[in-house]
Structures are given as structure tokens and as C-alpha cells.
Ligand binder design. Structure first.
Ligand SMILES: [Mn+2]
Length: 303
């Protein structure tokens, strides 16, 4: 059996329920939305797609309204699909499809509860550590499988497991290593420009790229564009921020720059995914246009 599921906590809880039902021999592909679309184009033979846009002719179990509407428009919604935009999580739907019941399987019901909490942006304090660990490892497919397996076996007890304690320590050290790298870079800079483009690719984990924002603002930068990329085949992302120390809110409009590269956002916080070839020259040129007299502007590659 082949399952394609989302790389977030809801998708992982779906995977854990499938493992609990069918055992560890099932094949699971953890995918982002973009990856799911790609897999579909490659005609991958999936039996189920969970918490993601439908892959080929698989049975789609999902709660995203956009996916539901898209399937209707393209005529791909089948009678077997279970898509309910009012469901709080895909895990809730998988739980029902696989025929679990709270009385017969407490662990399955704990997994359902976790998936449910994860997607209602309501993660209680005791789940936070798991969320942090997942966040830092969501690009690592082996990690995602391991997490799903342990969750399938232990349910809520995963929160007290040695495995989570060990992974938490690793995550905390990645976090402090990243901050140390950022501060060592800053110590070596005598002066930073008012408008700074920072390329963090191959230097710090993409999940932590935005950690550079606060320290560079503290060093007097007024506008920062942070470049990061999740992996080689994922698009390059740029996040723009304007420092709160800029009193006149209309002084820099980074949304207007993001829009040029197909993105958007707010005047003081925006994002886009430009072409690789736009970095750094075109990005520099467009930021130059919103700069004020006397502003210096610079592109720094951290790697
Ligand atoms: Mn979900």
C-alpha cells in the first residue's frame, strides 16, 4: 500500500493511523503541497493521499477547501474521496475512514486528538517540544517516518519518550549553533547598510533563516531581505522586513517589491519566490527603487 501524506503534524498523525491499522510494511511518502503536485505529474501510483491535493487516482482524504473546489472544477472528485472542508483535521477523517473507535483503541484516539490539536493552531504547552522538533526536521524524510512509527506505537506517551528528549536536545543545539553563527557574522561586520539583502542559503537551516532579522535590526539595518531555500529543488524564498525603528511607516513599502517578483504582503512585511537568476542583481535594483537618499544597500552571502 502506498500513502502520500503531508509533512506537517496533521499529515504525520494520518501516517501514524495508517501504520497502526496496516503495520510498518506500508510505503509512506511525506510530501509538501508542491511535491504532491509533482508526484501526481509523474503518475505515481498512490492508494491514498492525505491532507494534500489528490495524487492521480488515489483516494483523497483531506479537509482543504481549495483542494475540494479544485477537484470539482477539474472533475477529479470521485465517490471514494473523503473531503470535508468543515473537518478540523485530516487525521479526524482518516480515523473514521479506517474505522477506529475510541473504546477499542485508546492509542488511535490519542493520535486523533494530536492531529486535531495540531491543525486547530491550538497546540497546548505539553505538545510544543514535539512541534519544535518536527519543525526543525520536517525536511528529513527518515525522521518523519520514525516519528510516525513511534506515534503509531505509543500515542500520547511519545511526549514522555527518551526519543523526544534526545531529539529536543539536538534541536536546541541546532538553534543555539545558528544564533552563534549569526552573531559571529555580525561581529565581523564593522558597518551594515540601511538596506541589507542577506543570503542565508547553505549557511543556516531554512527554518531558522528569520532568526537573522532581529539581530540585524539591532545593528541599525532598516530594511532586510532574507533569502533562504528549503532544499535544492524547492524555490528560493525572500522575506522582507522593515524595522520598527522606522517611524514613518510609509517610508519603505516592501510589499511593492515583493509584488514585482510575484509575491505580496504588507508594507513592513512581505515575501516572494523570485527566480534564482533574479538574485542578487534584480533584487538589488528593485530595493534601490524604494531606498531613500543617503541609504546604502548591500547584498551579503553568508555561506
Ligand atoms: Mn491538515
Amino acid at each position: 500500500m502506498n500513502i502520500v501524506t503531508h509533512t506537517d503534524l496533521d499529515g504525520i498523525c494520518c501516517a501514524a493511523l495508517f501504520i497502526r491499522k496496516y503495520g510498518s510494511q506500508i510505503k509512506i511518502i511525506f510530501a509538501t503541497v508542491n511535491e504532491a503536485r509533482r508526484i501526481s505529474e509523474e503518475n505515481f501510483d498512490a492508494d491514498y493521499t492525505c491532507d494534500l491535493p489528490k495524487v492521480n487516482n488515489s483516494i483523497n482524504i483531506d479537509h482543504h477547501k481549495s483542494n475540494y473546489e479544485d477537484l470539482i472544477i477539474t472533475g477529479r472528485l470521485s465517490a471514494k474521496d473523503v473531503i470535508d472542508p468543515s473537518a478540523p483535521s485530516a487525521t479526524d477523517l482518516v480515523y473514521n475512514v479506517l474505522g477506529f473507535s475510541d473504546q477499542e483503541d485508546t492509542i488511535a484516539s490519542e493520535i486523533k486528538e494530536l492531529g486535531h490539536l495540531a491543525d486547530t493552531a491550538n497546540l497546548p504547552e505539553y505538545y510544543k517540544q514535539l512541534d519544535i522538533v518536527l519543525n526543525l526536521n520536517s525536511d528529513n524524510k527518515e525522521f518523519l517516518r520514525e516519528l510516525s512509527e513511534i506515534l503509531a506505537k505509543e500515542g500520547r506517551d511519545i511526549l514522555e519518550s527518551d526519543w523526544l528528549i534526545r531529539k529536543s536536545k539536538e534541536s536546541n543545539s541546532i538553534f543555539s549553533d545558528t544564533l552563534a553563527k549569526i552573531h559571529s557574522f555580525l561581529r565581523n561586520q564593522t558597518q551594515l547598510p540601511q538596506i541589507l539583502i542577506l543570503d542565508t542559503r547553505n549557511f543556516i537551516p531554512s527554518k531558522l533563516a528569520k532568526e537573522v532579522i532581529k539581530p540585524v535590526f539591532e545593528r541599525g539595518v532598516l530594511v532586510v531581505a532574507v533569502i533562504y531555500s528549503k532544499s535544492i529543488d524547492e524555490p528560493v524564498r525572500v522575506s522582507f522586513r522593515v524595522s520598527k525603528s522606522v517611524q514613518d511607516a510609509d517610508r519603505y513599502d516592501v510589499a511593492s517589491v515583493a509584488q514585482i517578483f510575484g509575491g505580496g504582503g504588507h508594507k513592513m512585511a512581505a515575501a516572494c519566490t523570485p527566480d534564482q537568476s533574479d538574485i542578487p542583481d534584480r533584487l538589488l535594483k528593485e530595493l534601490q527603487k524604494i531606498s531613500r537618499k543617503g541609504d546604502s544597500i548591500e547584498y551579503i552571502n553568508l555561506s
